[in-house]
Design a protein around this ligand. Structure first.
Ligand code: CP3
Length: 344
């Protein structure tokens, strides 16, 4: 591992004159070359489990833009599948899973040690990437955080308010907490295997953390992240971790210290100036540019990009979007953003 990689320097707490940059969902449908490879694979899940093609789509945005980090091409819902849930994607709608709503459903899941049987092709993608990436590019592995993964496993699909997961939490806490624990233990094994295969950083996506309020946030977002991060750091001393408790609002404050995360990724619902004052004082931050700028472009894109770079300029910072880039984004706007960050 090259210690001079810009992403690793930021994660170690270094302030750099130009922040390193990568983008959530940088391999995706806004890129024609992604669509071509996905068509070759047949469907999204076949692409995830085909190590050669998953390696190819991970590399595409690196070739096109020279991002400082590559993120493994996979999905947060592969872990539920490896635990025994049925998983499929409905075109134009999103993921569907078999649901878990009672003790029987929980008991029917596979033991955590069995996940690797399903997930081995993902580890092979990571191994491929360790030799295929340019030497200056950092490889990021990832998983969903337990609450976010549980919302899909309980409802069987994406939900606007995570209603079914909140209902199970309130009506059958034993099953809810049993499921969260199983996902937590599975996530530790999944990320640990990615690190052993060559991931240099791992990221935990808690995309639905924002719907957890008060003590629920501490119990079901903060505590599982802390458990996962401390176990990973015990097994793999020095492994940097990025946590993304999306839409945490005030709960972003102190999240580094409470979980042990080296970097906290921030959505676009708070200002960079606020996050610099309240969150970056504790460590590296990442994110904040509204993904919509990748669609609309223009002066606003350049202005907002430079404002974020300036706001986070006095501390460790990785430039990124506040959430994933969308399929309707213009690939040229991505280049404009990169030029604005790197001073072009
Ligand atoms: O480039 C990358 O960022 C790496 C790969 C990656 C994907 N999903 C590929 C993907 C990553 C890091 C994810 C994370 C993920 N997956 C999250 C957390 C981040 C977030 O967006 O909040 C979540 C919630 C999922 C679950 C998921 N996967 C949903 C809800 C959907 C359908 C919605 C959609 O955008 O179509 C997916 C599908 C998915 N995962 C695609 C990609 C490139 C699109 C699938 C396609 O090609 O048809």
């Amino acid at each position: 591992m090259a210690a001079d990689k810009t992403i690793l320097k930021a994660l170690a707490g270094e302030t750099q004159p130009t922040p390193p940059i990568w983008m959530m969902r940088q391999a995706g449908r806004y890129l024609p070359e992604y669509k071509a490879t996905r068509a070759e694979a047949g469907d999204f899940l076949s692409l995830c489990y085909n190590s050669d093609l998953a390696t190819e789509v991970t590399l595409q945005p690196i070739r096109r833009y020279g991002f400082d980090a590559a993120i493994l091409f996979a999905d947060i819902l592969l872990l539920p599948q490896a635990l025994g849930a049925d998983l499929w994607f409905v075109t134009g709608e999103g993921p569907r899973l078999s649901t878990i709503t009672d003790q029987r459903g929980l008991d029917a899941l596979k033991p955590v040690e069995d996940i690797h049987e399903t997930l081995n092709p993902i580890y092979q993608t990571v191994r491929n990437l360790t030799t295929a990436l340019p030497r200056e590019t950092t490889l990021i592995g990832f998983a969903g955080a337990p609450w976010t993964v549980a919302t899909y496993m309980i409802a069987g699909r994406g939900t606007p308010d995570q209603g079914p997961a909140h209902a199970l939490k309130d009506e059958n806490k034993a099953v809810f907490e049993g499921l969260l624990n199983r996902i937590t233990e599975g996530t530790i094994e999944y990320l640990s295997a990615q690190i052993e295969a060559g991931a240099e950083v791992v990221k935990l996506f808690d995309s639905w953390a924002g719907s957890l309020r008060g003590a629920d946030f501490d119990k079901y977002a903060t505590a599982p992240a802390k458990r996962i991060i401390s176990e990973l750091k015990t097994r793999h001393p020095g492994i940097p971790v990025i946590a993304f408790p999306r839409e945490a609002g005030d709960k972003y404050i102190g999240f580094h210290a409470k979980t042990g995360a080296d970097c906290v990724a921030i959505d676009d619902s708070v200002s960079a100036e606020w996050a610099a004052e309240h969150v970056q004082k504790d460590g590296c931050v990442q994110g904040n540019l509204a993904s919509s700028h990748m669609v609309t472009g223009g002066d606003a894109l350049v202005r907002e990009t430079k404002r974020i770079v300036k706001a986070f300029g006095k501390g460790p910072h990785i430039f990124n979007l506040g959430h994933g880039i969308t399929p309707d984004a213009d690939p040229d706007n991505v280049q404009r953003m990169i030029d604005a960050v790197r001073g072009g």
